[in-house]
Design a protein around this ligand. Sequence first.
Ligand code: GLN
Length: 535
Amino acid sequence: MFITGGVLSSVGKGIVTASLGLLLKSRGYNVGAVKIDPYINVDAGTMNPFAHGEVFVTEDGGETDLDLGHYERFLNQNLSKEHNITAGKVYLSVIEKERKGEYLGQTVQVIPHVTDEIKDRLRSLAGETGVDILIVEIGGTVGDIEGLPFLEAIRQMKMEEGDGNTVFIHVALAPVLSTTGEQKTKPVQHSVQELRRIGIQPDIVVVRTSRPLEPEARRKIALHSTLPVDMVISNHDVDTIYRVPLVLEEQGFSSKVLARLRLEERSADLDGWVKFVEALDRASAPIRIAMIGKYTKLRDSYISIVEALKHAGAKLGLRPSLIWVESTDIEHGMVDLDSIVDEADAAIILPGFGRRGTEGKIEAIRLFREARKPLLGICFGMQLTVVEYARNVLGLDGANSTELDPNTRHPVIDLLPSQRNIDRLGGSMRLGASPIHLKPGTLAYSLYSRPVIHERHRHRYEVNEKYRPMLEDAGLIVSGESPEGLVEIIELDRREHPFLLGTQPHPEYKSRPLSPSPVFLGLLEAASQRVKLAH
Ligand code: GLN
């Protein structure tokens, strides 16, 4: 099943793909979802979150497009790094094969060599994972130059896979004009034409629009797309992305897809999902979370964290209301941190890289720690929580991470030994899930209620083991460690502070609508306790 997009990017293909995955899975089909990204980066790990949003990390350590996060959350299943195919990966392997002599004597070209590589990857992924249906989302917009080899590959697959084995879904935008309030279909018509120009006739058109698709608009789009009217689906704005599968289901979307694929229609079991969406609706008690980071101008930079808060909120009947705090603004005196500490029920110190904004984050950590308000530090946020503790509780003046100050007198955070001899920056961090042993009797243990957990990593720096005894003597508890003894989770005694937790891994990546991350549940619970006490 191929999903293409038209008119503009961010049109919501990822959510359509994820929703369709959920709908088919709820009918007992074994489904996989792949994101194709036409950029030349081999993976998303080397891209600035400002440009592309969060880097999602898979269980096996892939640094992938954030759409994989949506897929995992909607499908409620782990995907491997092979589920994100980039032009970079494809070209790299074609060029490597050429150097090995695998194409000896041939002129290596986009067609057939690059397109064959793309098709091979899709087919072997479907084979290896044993799925009934593989959903393939082609990133970017139809008409982009770099997307052409991928569209050509899927065009060929339609012929090669035989009738009834492929379905093409095109997602495009019908803007509503603010001046006249009219729903305009021309952009959709043109993007379908663009798709046809390269040989792909969509089977279904999904129209993104701010309000339900009007009958006249639907009729026009169907006419220009050479489709029956019922093959045009309205994907109008709703209050939460988690309602999208239900909107699509109401219009019989998955039955239409199954009919095209000549697969049997089965009844869907969406009970759990519907209950989750109802719980999201009902969750009304506001809980204010200060989100402190340096990529706050693009909210997608922290999308898994935002979603994890929603999952936990739905379970607890709380509605997280986020106060975004740009850490560089703190440094420039542009935010009144005291009033933020007053206003917020809890804070999250967000992941990140590099020096900019870090002093602002450290100051925020101090204030939240001293005010005894729930604080969660994730990855970089955990490292800075340790720096703050070293400076202000241990009195280690100028303590820092060597990432931020290579000559610091007190390198409480330092490069992981395994990172010392790295010469390539792509895909070389400590990545993916690995076991973490929790210390009985700690906050971390009480959250997870088990001795060993697996969370996903993405970092190069760690708590410096030389400082660990000093930090522990001063009251910082190491409640989680890796089998090799790396510090994974830190916390304060609950008699000292109701909830101060720092996690080197990113628990947000594994939070799912129906199984929220224990860490986010714990944070929200602690925050709501404080709210109750205050009343
Ligand atoms: N910059 C830090 C490191 O590399 C933290 C990374 C992160 O927050 N993901 O260790």
